[in-house]
Design a protein around this ligand. Structure first.
Ligand SMILES: [Zn+2]
Length: 376
């Protein structure tokens, strides 16, 4: 941490410009305490890490406020403080909020709204993430999560295919249907956005990468725009190639023949891997982090409907759990939402059976709407 209490109960903040000799002197003569648990702190002044405070003994604070903070975390907080100072927002670094016993990296006030800025460099469990987010909301503070830019894929420009793990996926923000991840890279002093997120399969996504240098950022933070129709066409073409590759791999790898549920459904529906209708195996915005690829469950749904003489128009949403049980897919928690959405899309396209026809243009229009229902 960068802020500590002095013997006189004053807050003392370390900053990048304090000379080494002065810090060494402070280390010898002054005592510092944790603003949260009041335990004794040690001032760490080294050659590699930037100067910071750490608990002398292991403390309960560690769970709430990261101990053994990384260089990136300490530096990132200083950078963000610089930015907010330039924007004349009077940022408060590491304030302790006794009501909720939390300590955001920075607290900003703009108008009547308070924002807790969290620069997340370490893994935070979903439970802790939820608890912290709800803590802020309880006291009318809006949390803003920024992750450390995970790898070079996130720094490429334009359309890209990348992997977002479960931990980072929890930071995906949604603003007027725009789904994006906000990350910051301390080395290049740059914000990297991955926006227009388009789930492919499991942790795989397509996204649009763009960057903003630290001091060009605004507050509230910039929100990315919707990608153009042409860019979306490129995304869909890449998705179609992925879908076909998935099907061919499945066909070649499967030694179970017709006992493979996917291939069995294709066979029973009198289709082949190469001539699947274009409306089977379509990406849906709420089908994220699903380990089961869309083509798999969407085929099963058509197989189920055929067996039960149903169509997307007559399939009652209440029957979704029966379908999932029948398809042995009840373990996939996100699927009920996905199936609901898929049925809506099929109804809009007026599809009755696998023999129905949809032009690529019709499909494109509805997917552009469905995936990126973002006001321009
Ligand atoms: Zn403490």
């Amino acid at each position: 941490m960068l802020v500590a209490l002095t013997v006189q109960q004053q807050l003392y903040q370390l900053n990048g410009s304090t000379p080494q000799e002065q810090l060494q002197e402070l280390k010898k003569t002054a005592q510092f305490y944790c603003p949260q648990c009041k335990a004794l702190l040690i001032l760490k002044v080294g050659q590699i890490k930037i100067p910071h405070f750490a608990h002398v003994k292991k403390s309960d604070c560690d769970a709430l406020f990261s101990e053994g903070e990384s260089y990136a975390h300490l530096l990132g907080k200083q950078h963000l403080q610089e930015l907010f100072q330039q924007l004349q927002l009077q940022p408060v670094l590491e304030p302790y909020l006794p009501l909720i016993q939390q300590r955001p990296d920075l607290l900003i006030t703009k108008g009547i709204q308070k924002y807790a800025i969290e620069f997340q460099c370490s893994r935070l469990s979903p439970q802790h993430f939820q608890k912290r987010t709800e803590g802020y909301k309880d006291v009318q503070i809006m949390p803003v999560w920024i992750i450390q830019t995970p790898n070079d894929k996130f720094k490429s420009r334009g359309l890209t295919k990348l992997s977002i793990n479960h931990t980072n996926a929890q930071y995906i923000q949604m603003y007027k249907n725009q789904k994006y991840l906000l990350s910051y890279d301390v080395h290049s002093r740059t914000f990297f956005y991955i926006s227009n997120l388009f789930p492919i399969h499991g942790q795989q996504y397509f996204g649009y990468v763009q960057s903003i240098p630290l001091m060009k950022q605004i507050f509230p933070f910039f929100v990315p725009k919707k990608i153009s129709e042409n860019q979306f066409k490129i995304m869909l073409t890449k998705f179609a190639a992925y879908r076909l590759h998935f099907l061919h791999t499945r066909l070649h790898l499967s030694k179970k023949g017709v006992n493979d549920r996917l291939l069995r459904a294709i066979y029973e529906l009198k289709l082949t891997v190469s001539n699947l209708p274009n409306f089977i195996g379509i990406p849906l915005s709420n089908n994220e982090q699903s380990d089961i690829f869309c083509v798999e469950w969407q085929l099963q749904l058509f197989y189920f409907m055929e067996r039960h003489q149903l169509t997307p128009q007559t399939f009652h949403l209440k029957a979704i759990p029966y379908f999932l049980e029948w398809a042995k897919m009840q373990a996939h928690v996100n699927l009920p939402k996905g199936v609901t959405r898929y049925l809506m899309v099929l109804r809009k396209l007026a599809i009755e059976t696998v023999q129905s026809k949809v032009t690529p243009e019709q499909l494109f229009t509805i997917l552009y709407e469905e995936l990126f229902a973002i006001p321009v």
